[in-house]
Design a protein around this ligand. Structure first.
Ligand code: ATP
Ligand code: HSE
Length: 336
């Protein structure tokens, strides 16, 4: 279970009172998740029961968190369905529990859709584009802390744990991504605050309707195209029970890309760099999974994700036929 920090009932109750959310009646640790300590907290206020999510941040410090929490608040204020951090009487949304940063947000309805259909992919593409547009006037800026500088630092650290063929792949890909980052088209990519980790387990659906995006704790300023590529790599692949496939699924990808473009069409630079960003998205998660697998931060860390899944996705994206990608983008032009 992902409860690294035990929060005493009284301490949680005092925080919820300060947030004017009522009297705590139940504090339940959430199974699942590997980054933070999460609890469902149920309170009673004027005879009504409400459930919120209390997160104690294990990896992130007081410096980085205001960006994530204010980004969520900004998006919620613009009608994007994301959890909204609760404020105390002073308007503060970042709190302290057991000496660690903590926040309380509303609980989203529904469940994650781990075997998405075209309809789910369309809903995610549409809402992702809306999120990008809604974030354009967000006043804070923080880089994607899992972007190119982190890849450059981390590749040498994981190399000793890789086979010769894995080392060759990761070094070649890193060199390629450094080359891409120097291209004029890369500089022309529209940018802003992005989620950067919008996997299937970070989106809720209820009765087929998207009810929210959550887990914004890898968000940062980056290209909108990178955010879309991360989604295409996780949502629009052939799914098997153990995620052992990972092949591009053209129908799911078209559903997501055309729904995205119906709200925010990709410009010429984005269209030309989509294949490179699909590779970047695969490299980013192969690397972070290798890091978690070989250099765990805490002996009690719950089951890290399988890194080889993203090695397969990267190999597949490197070899993806250009005409397949072209058809992904043409679908929208034909429909438009
Ligand atoms: N706002 C929310 N509304 C409803 N459920 C939530 C919310 N936040 C978290 N959860 C539930 O808690 C689980 C764990 O949360 P989350 O995925 O954010 O964990 P984490 O450890 O912070 O991150 P990671 O996904 O990186 O492991 C989710 O799978 C989801 O079921
Ligand atoms: N989405 C990440 C986990 C970090 O949130 C992964 O699947 O590797």
């Amino acid at each position: 279970m992902a409860v690294y920090t035990e929060v005493p009932f009284d301490e949680a109750a005092a925080l919820l009172r300060a947030l004017n959310l009522g009297e705590l009646t139940e504090l339940r640790g959430i199974h699942g998740g590997i980054e933070n300590t999460n609890y469902f907290v149920t309170t009673e206020r004027e005879g009504q029961h409400e459930t919120h999510v209390l997160t104690v941040f294990e990896r992130l410090g007081f410096e980085q968190l205001p960006y994530y929490l204010h980004f969520m608040k900004h998006l919620a204020g613009k009608g994007i369905p994301v959890p909204e951090p609760a404020a105390d009487a002073q308007g503060e949304i970042l709190h302290t529990l057991q000496g660690k940063p903590a926040a309380v947000v509303n609980k989203l309805r529904g469940h994650s859709e781990l075997a998405p259909t075209e309809s789910h992919c369309r809903a995610v593409g549409d809402m992702l584009a809306r999120l990008h547009l809604a974030g354009r006037d967000f006043g804070m800026s923080q880089p994607n802390l899992r972007g190119l500088p982190w890849w450059n630092e981390t590749v040498p650290v994981v190399l000793p744990h890789l086979s010769a063929s894995q080392s060759a792949l990761i070094r070649t890909e890193l060199a390629y991504q450094n080359h891409v980052a120097a291209l004029p088209a890369y500089a022309a990519l529209p940018r802003g605050p992005v989620h950067a980790d919008l996997f299937r387990d970070n989106v809720m659906f209820e009765d087929g309707e998207l009810t929210g995006f959550f887990d914004f704790y890898f968000a940062g300023n980056d290209s909108f195209l990178f955010d879309l590529a991360v989604c295409l790599n996780d949502w629009c692949i052939r799914h098997s029970a153990d995620d052992s496939d990972g092949q591009h699924d053209a129908a799911l990808a078209q559903a997501m890309a055309s729904a995205y473009q119906a709200v925010r069409p990709l410009n010429a630079a984005e269209r030309s760099l989509l294949p490179a960003m699909l590779r970047a998205g695969a490299l980013r998660f192969w690397l972070s999974r290798l890091w978690d697998w070989h250099l765990p931060r805490d002996a009690s860390m719950l089951k890290p994700h399988d890194p080889t899944h993203f090695e397969r996705v990267l190999r597949e994206r490197v070899g993806l036929a250009p005409d397949l990608l072209a058809s992904l983008l043409e679908e929208h032009s034909l429909a438009a």
